[in-house]
Design a protein around this ligand. Structure first.
Ligand SMILES: C[S@@+](CC[C@H](N)C(=O)[O-])C[C@H]1O[C@@H](n2cnc3c(N)ncnc32)[C@H](O)[C@@H]1O
Length: 435
């Protein structure tokens, strides 16, 4: 039996459960078997099965709306459409937002897919200077990842993008982004492109055929009733004022995890390629700044603005859950190599998550289910039970915790001495209900 600390708050009952045999529900291991979902997904996504399970269990009907405040690559919104339910998503990362559009509103026009495929198969290498397209930093990075020949073909894709109709631009971007990934020589090491670890690169034209074949198959098999009733908003879910009070009846989501993925860095290749940003600084300003603060790469001024974030959290909550963690992280920093300022992440992360939880409370109807998947963290060996702390924020905001389930043990892969806290790590499914 997995032992969790039970909250001493008497406002809610928290049950603990055995580690489930099925450790796969929360992760996207089988996503490549699912139409549309498989067009573009990433390791940080949860599974379509999980979303389907939550929708079916909630017995929502076609008037109901499902919300995902951290939409990512659209798993919740795509699956909601498959289940014939309306949905609303928020995503603050521009690349994820753009790519998701192609999955959330898939074309039903097979000829259009053929057209894009033929267009790309007939493309000729760009012959000008790459310096006219990309900034110096972007070019240095891209040159490490993609061979000169493939990069010349990919560069031509940028040139023809403005000839694509608005309606099909996101599909074009999705296809070319997949081709970029396939042509890349560098391994994706966990989540980040690692220029020093090589993988087999597939030629540009072969990649186009592989990617389009999959899309073509799915579009051909789409039933006529796949009619998307989804709405995806670009921006931070800390403020979801576009969504009316008590208008949604189910939330299925997975926020950024503390000290896990830097979503800006993991898309560095794509951000440079599509020219969302031309330097590390621009990535910070144009992307990172708009995301929940969860890694030490967050903008320095945000991390330094501790008073602002601290004042948003109640004294009692900070005293009970956060202050000792911050003290431990400060102490560890003094003796650990790297001098990482992990302690500066705690107030911003939980204050921002509190904003999202409050917004969800406003938007959800009384009695609505909220399903949230999150991992806890061990920074410099200091264990941070994120799932417990977020559950407490939910309780304080007006949710009952129905159940907390450990979906998957984390940390075994990197059980190093320096990470003494990591043996407690888990990925948790919090099931709460709006009071
Ligand atoms: C764990 S991922 C969600 C993955 C998603 N469940 C899927 O299957 O694709 C978290 C997402 O939250 C986004 N995000 C981070 N901060 C945000 C914010 N303040 N508002 C909205 N989205 C944010 C990240 O860009 C990332 O896509």
């Amino acid at each position: 039996m997995l032992q969790l600390n039970l909250f001493d708050s008497n406002t809610s009952l928290i049950e603990t459960q055995k580690l489930p045999n099925n450790q796969k529900l929360s992760t996207n291991i089988f996503t490549n078997n699912y139409p549309i979902h498989r067009w573009y997904n990433f390791i940080a996504g949860f599974s379509p099965e999980f979303v389907r399970f939550c929708i079916q269990e909630a017995k929502v009907n076609c008037d109901d709306i499902v919300i995902d405040p951290f939409s990512g690559l659209g798993t919740t919104l795509v699956e909601a459409t498959f289940q014939n339910v309306s949905s609303i998503g928020f995503e603050a990362h521009p690349f994820f937002y753009d790519i998701s559009q192609a999955k959330i509103f898939p074309t039903s026009d097979i000829q259009q897919v053929k057209y894009l495929e033929n267009l790309l198969l007939s493309i000729q290498p760009y012959t000008g200077s790459f310096k006219a397209i990309w900034s110096e930093s972007a070019l240095i990075f891209l040159n490490k990842l993609v061979s000169e020949d493939n990069l010349a073909l990919l560069a031509s894709c940028l040139g023809i993008e403005n000839t694509i109709s608005q309606e099909h631009k996101s599909l074009f971007r999705l296809i070319v982004s997949k081709v970029l990934e396939k042509t890349s020589l560098a391994q994706t090491d966990g989540i980040y492109k690692a220029p020093t670890t090589l993988k087999k690169s597939i030629s540009f034209y072969d990649s186009v055929s592989i990617v389009c074949k999959q899309i073509y198959e799915d579009v051909e098999n789409l039933q006529d009733n796949f009619y998307s009733k989804a709405k995806l908003n670009f921006g931070s879910s800390e403020n979801m004022e576009l969504v009316e009070n008590e208008s949604c009846s189910l939330c299925i989501t997975s926020p950024p995890y503390l000290n896990n993925f830097d979503f800006a860095e993991m898309t560095r290749m794509e951000l440079y390629f599509w020219r969302y940003a031309g330097s590390w600084r621009e990535i910070t300003e144009k992307v990172r700044r708009h995301l929940i603060v969860n890694t030490t790469t967050a903008p320095t001024d945000l991390k330094r603005n501790q008073d602002f974030f601290s004042s948003a959290l109640s004294e009692n909550f900070k005293l009970k859950y956060l202050n000792s963690i911050i003290e431990n992280l400060k102490n560890e920093r003094k003796i650990r190599p790297g001098k990482k300022d992990y302690y500066l992440l705690i107030y911003p992360y939980f204050a921002q998550m509190q904003n999202v939880i409050r917004e969800l409370h406003r938007i959800l109807r009384s009695g609505s289910n909220l399903h949230l998947i999150v991992s806890d963290a061990a920074l410099y060996g200091v264990y941070i039970p994120t799932h417990e702390i977020l559950s407490q924020l939910m309780i304080e905001t007006g949710f009952n915790i129905i159940n907390i389930e450990n979906m998957r043990k984390r940390g075994e892969r990197w059980l190093l001495k320096k990470r003494t806290g990591s043996n407690k790590l888990g990925e948790y499914h919090i099931h709460a209900k709006r009071i």
